[in-house]
Design a protein around this ligand. Structure first.
Ligand code: UD1
Length: 339
């Protein structure tokens, strides 16, 4: 029952490792620590009492990847999180993003084939839908031209998987995440972006704790009820559980097709101001924020139709917005008081 989690010391990866261990899976992590720290495995061990194995190397290195898989040919499945994800940076350094995100996927697929490992869960994103024409957005919605090299790596990766399963006997599930936020209830693991956060919730919590002076709200002139953009925020532990379910579906040979795609969202959208209000209420703090110009590339609104995930995966997000922002705040406070 051994699962390889690439990027397992990262934000979503670490929460998924916890969820896997708690369902009885043995976990081996591969991570190059480019955006995370090795001591995350200590934190995971504090939560579950089990220490995941960690190997530190870059999956874009073909020889190291092949060697790893030869030594771990008993792996039942792979959950592939390891990737760069900063939209703005990907525009500045497109080749860096294409090489990292695509070469690592191809190295993994080749090594899986060589060692007869058949199951892979891939981290995709709702970014593949762009601004959907119909809301909520279902898995059947068309893929729109990517706004950034980052988004394009997600689209191309899905295509690589789709093409490869036709000739390899591999099974792949792509999970399209909406906006993951929050932290494990123990506050021992959470989201820890290097440098200035790009994403809303870490920026909110870092502002509230005094690391950032003020939050900039990127535009209040969108055609939404309060003028700020709407997203489908989902608790990272709900997301983690979905990965366990996807792994069980593959190992239990319940897949209906060799390549399946599922939305991971709650089905409910919140505006930026609604997230700020929920944070202020739950934390009892007043957030220093100001409305500024729109951020280039932001879509107006997107939220999931999770019906297919409910029906086919038998998975449903359970945690609401207050719990999400509350856990993010608890994590920020706990982390800063430790360091
Ligand atoms: C972004 C990416 C998405 C990627 C995801 C993972 C873009 C356009 N999209 O999602 O492709 O999969 O991150 O990292 O970059 N906001 C502020 N102030 C801030 C930060 C954010 O007002 O300081 C607003 C944004 O305008 C947006 C909302 O908060 O309306 C959510 O932003 P963010 O957390 O960055 O997520 P996305 O942009 O939805």
């Amino acid at each position: 029952m051994k699962i390889l989690v690439t990027g397992g010391t990262g934000y979503i990866g670490s929460h998924t490792v916890v969820a896997l261990q708690q369902k009885g899976y043995e976990v081996v992590i591969v991570d190059n620590l480019s955006n995370s720290q090795a001591d995350i495995v200590d934190q995971i061990e504090k939560i579950t009492g089990l220490r995941p194995e960690l190997e530190v190397f870059d999956l874009a290195n073909r020889e190291l990847t092949a060697d790893f898989f030869r030594r771990h040919s008993d792996v039942l499945g792979v959950i592939h999180f390891a990737a760069f994800k900063a939209v703005g940076e990907s525009v500045e350094k497109p080749l860096y993003y294409y090489r990292n995100n695509l070469v690592s996927l191809m190295n993994i697929l080749e090594s899986m084939q060589e060692n007869n490992i058949r199951n892979i869960v891939f981290s995709s994103s709702c970014t593949v839908y762009g601004q959907p024409d119909i809301l909520p957005v279902s898995e059947k919605a068309p893929i729109k031209k990517a706004e950034s090299p980052y988004g394009n790596t997600k689209q191309i990766s899905e295509e690589i998987l789709q093409d490869y399963i036709k000739v390899s006997g591999l099974h792949a599930i792509a999970l399209r995440y909406f906006n993951p936020i929050g932290a494990h209830e123990t506050a021992l693991i959470g989201e820890l972006p290097l440098g200035v956060p790009n994403n809303l919730v870490p920026f909110i919590t870092q502002t509230a704790i005094g690391i950032r002076q003020e939050l900039k709200v990127f535009g209040d002139d969108y055609p939404t009820p309060d003028g700020t953009p709407i997203r489908d925020y989902i608790h990272v532990m709900d997301l983690a559980q979905a990965h366990v379910v996807a792994v069980q579906r593959m190992i239990g040979q319940q897949m209906k097709q060799g390549f399946e795609v599922f939305n991971l969202g709650t089905g409910k959208g919140y505006s930026v101001l609604e997230v700020i209000n929920a944070f202020e209420k739950v934390s009892g703090t007043k957030l220093n924020y100001k409305i500024v110009d729109r951020r280039e590339g932001d879509v107006t609104q997107v939220w999931a139709d999770p019906t297919f995930s409910h029906n086919e995966l038998g998975w449903k997000a359970e945690k609401g917005l207050d719990e999400m922002v509350g856990s993010a705040w608890k994590w920020e406070q706990a982390y800063r008081s430790r360091s």
